[in-house]
Design a binder for this molecule. Structure first.
Ligand SMILES: NC(=O)NCCC[C@H](N)C(=O)O
Length: 410
């Protein structure tokens, strides 16, 4: 691993320098038709093919000069530190289903594992028949298909469990029970890994729900935060207060989105592809509204009783353009035919990862959206996602930018 560059990001489209990915592993092999809904997958992926697709995604990034960090490798590194081991083993067994005896047995089992085995188990889970040693009531009564430590198949979507804003990282608070433990892993990596030494944490897993897929860095100092199935208004407010207090933003647009699976995060509806352009689901482009939240002078921290200035709601594209200081936010539609648009939105056509202004990674299957992007002057790096997409996430969901170059002044 090379020495860390200046960490952080102030936009969605500044040249991507370093990104955090997670190559899917055995955690995907745990998915069955009985547990896939609870584990937030829409099917049972072919794991080898998903890994090939992910390798091609990572290669597309490295070929273009992006440094790829792998979350499981960073986790393995920190699991050689006793404090990180204790935190993560504690989080893995902190589950009211288990009871004291099984918690003790699981702790003992995990404590014996070498760092790489422990990392694999924390991510891949511990099945009923894999537990060594002691038992207890809960173990005996548990269904044989239940997990002592559930797997984390959604760790693939590194976007959601942390987000860099300016030079600080927000470890998020994930709403769905199947994903709660993911941010204990990102928190441990950012806290203990020497690569991130000195970086400040802006948010925490114990706070109001906030997921990285809902956070868009529209321009330096300007964020949009979707609130819906995952991020709560309280999470958006807490984040805004912290950003204002630390001088990391001057405006936060709070954007309500429908509380349904197809639109679980704001980045399933719209992502930035240029300094002034977004690809957006047309069925929502006109209805998306935003509350504009700004900082009165003197917000000191999130406990500060100072009222934030809140105006709106008004059309998102207008509010965004004003906050970004541009005449117009260009909107590229995911297809004018409503059925195609709905299909391509579902298949993460809007969920692009910008590598630089006018250069974005997208799933190849969304042919109409990709053609619209190219017609609008965006170069599209196409990747396969037939298996990866069964978790309902695209290139943006599968990546957490850790370092992006600042945009040149306009
Ligand atoms: N930002 C994103 O939209 N991430 C995709 C998350 C998919 C995952 N299966 C979930 O339901 O949370």
């Amino acid at each position: 691993m090379t020495p860390s560059p200046a960490l952080g990001a102030t936009s969605e489209v500044g040249a991507l320098q370093t990104v955090l990915l997670h190559r899917p592993g055995n955690e995907l092999r745990r998915l069955t038709p009985r547990n896939n809904d609870q584990l937030l997958f829409d099917g049972v992926p072919w794991v080898d093919r998903a890994q090939d697709e992910h390798d091609a995604f990572a290669a597309a990034l490295t070929e273009r000069g992006v440094e790829v960090l792998h979350l499981d490798a960073l986790l393995t590194d920190v699991l050689s530190f006793p404090s990180a081991r204790a935190e993560l083993i504690g989080a893995a067994v902190d589950d009211p289903r288990l009871g004291a005896s099984l918690q003790r047995a699981a702790t003992r089992h995990l404590a014996w594992l070498a760092p790489d085995e422990l990392a694999a188990t924390l991510i891949g889970g511990l099945a009923h028949d894999e537990l060594r040693g002691g038992r207890g009531l809960a173990y005996e009564v548990m269904d044989r298909s239940d997990f002592v430590v559930p797997p984390l198949p959604n760790l693939l979507f590194t976007r959601d469990s942390s987000v860099w804003i300016g030079d600080e990282v927000a470890v998020t608070s994930l709403a769905m029970p199947a994903r709660h433990r993911e941010s204990t892993i990102t928190a441990a990596v950012y806290t203990h890994h020497p690569w991130f030494a000195g970086s400040e944490q802006l948010y925490g897993a114990d706070l109001e729900h906030l997921e990285g897929g809902d956070v868009l860095l529209l321009a330096p100092g300007v964020l949009a935060v979707g609130v819906g199935e995952r991020t709560t208004p309280g999470g958006a407010e807490r984040l805004a207060r912290r950003l204002f207090a630390r001088g990391l933003a001057h405006t936060v647009l709070v954007v309500p989105i429908a509380q349904q699976r197809a639109t679980m995060h704001l980045d399933t509806i719209a992502t930035m592809v240029d300094v002034d352009a977004m690809v957006m689901y047309p069925a929502m482009a006109d209805s998306l509204r935003a509350w504009t939240v700004t900082a009165p002078d003197g917000v000191a921290d999130d406990a500060d009783p100072v009222e934030l200035s809140v105006t709106g709601p008004r059309p998102f594209v207008e509010a965004a353009a004003e906050a970004m200081g541009i005449d117009k936010l260009r909107v590229i539609d995911t297809g004018l035919d409503p059925v195609t648009a709905e299909r391509e939105q579902w298949d993460d056509g809007n969920n692009t990862l910008a590598l630089a202004p006018r250069l974005a990674v997208a799933y190849e299957r969304n042919t109409v959206t990709n053609a619209a992007l190219e017609a609008a002057g965006i170069e599209v790096v196409r990747i396969a996602g037939s298996e990866l997409g069964s978790g309902r996430g695209g290139p943006r969901c599968m990546s957490c930018p850790v370092a992006r170059a600042p945009l040149p002044p306009r």
